[in-house]
Design a protein around this ligand. Structure first.
Ligand code: SAM
Length: 237
């Protein structure tokens, strides 16, 4: 864990404990090369985003703009981007091995509709103009089990203000988790938030993955350990 250093003048950021860029051993030479040479070609320009909005991130105007926070190895993000070429995607992940995995898919399949932020998603949330996004995915956020670490959870009052701000009215915020305490934490935050409505219709539908869903890498691991997931959809009012 490092202090977030991206904007030392911002008093909010001074308080934030975040994942700085992190690596683990075991990256191939190709992955290192992709991070050095290819990432700059698909990297999100935070300054341009702030001034010119999401449209400025892609060569052509897109029908919708979706974002994934903490994409891990990027399987879910790459798949969505292939399935929805008319959507512009923003992917955020500070774990460089995961970023490198996504870049392999982006380069091999010539995926042209993902802007990659290889760092903290909150920088992007801060930069996004109001009502920019049609969907936001937060899949298996780090649970921070100990109660003294709960303040590090991505779902928190400060981030919910920004998430509400950057989503368009009617936009969907999707959270998946296999940690019961994180699920109730999320529901507590969102059900007390007048900006959001939980879209579950029956007690069981949020325990079933959406149609056509493919488990993320982390979710597959949870399944192997016998942990069930909750799939929570919220609408921005
Ligand atoms: C438990 S993993 C889940 C990864 C992936 N979503 C999956 O389901 O396989 C949580 C991920 O969130 C990332 N993460 C944590 N804090 C983040 C932040 N502030 N911004 C962006 N990503 C973050 C971590 O680096 C990690 O890869």
């Amino acid at each position: 864990m490092n202090e977030d250093k991206y904007d030392p003048d911002n008093p909010l950021h001074k308080k934030r404990k975040v994942h700085g860029r992190t690596f683990v051993k075991g990256m191939s030479q190709r992955q290192f090369d992709l991070l050095a040479d290819f990432l700059p070609k698909v990297a999100l320009d935070v300054g341009a985003l702030k001034v010119d909005g999401v449209q400025s991130l892609f060569d052509t105007q897109k029908g919708e703009y979706w974002m994934e926070v903490g994409f891990g190895g990027g399987e879910h993000l790459a798949r969505l981007a292939r399935e929805h070429p008319d959507v512009g995607f923003i992917g955020c992940e500070p774990f460089q091995n995961g970023v490198a995995k996504l870049l392999i898919e982006v380069e091999d399949d010539n995926i042209g509709n993902i802007a990659v932020h290889s760092d903290d998603a909150r920088t992007v949330l801060d930069a996004l103009p109001d009502a920019s996004l049609d969907k936001l995915f937060l899949l298996y956020p780090d649970p921070w089990h100990k109660s003294k670490h709960h303040k590090r959870r991505f779902i928190c009052a400060e981030n919910m203000v920004q998430i509400a701000r950057v989503l368009k009215p009617g936009a969907v915020f999707f959270v998946a988790s296999d940690i019961p305490d994180y699920v109730s934490w999320t529901l507590r935050h969102l059900q007390n938030d007048e900006n959001f409505e939980w879209l579950a219709e029956q007690d069981t539908d949020w325990l079933q993955p959406p149609k056509g869903w493919q488990a993320t890498r982390y979710e597959a691991k949870a399944q192997r350990h016998g942990r069930k997931s909750a799939y929570l959809f919220f609408r921005r009012l």
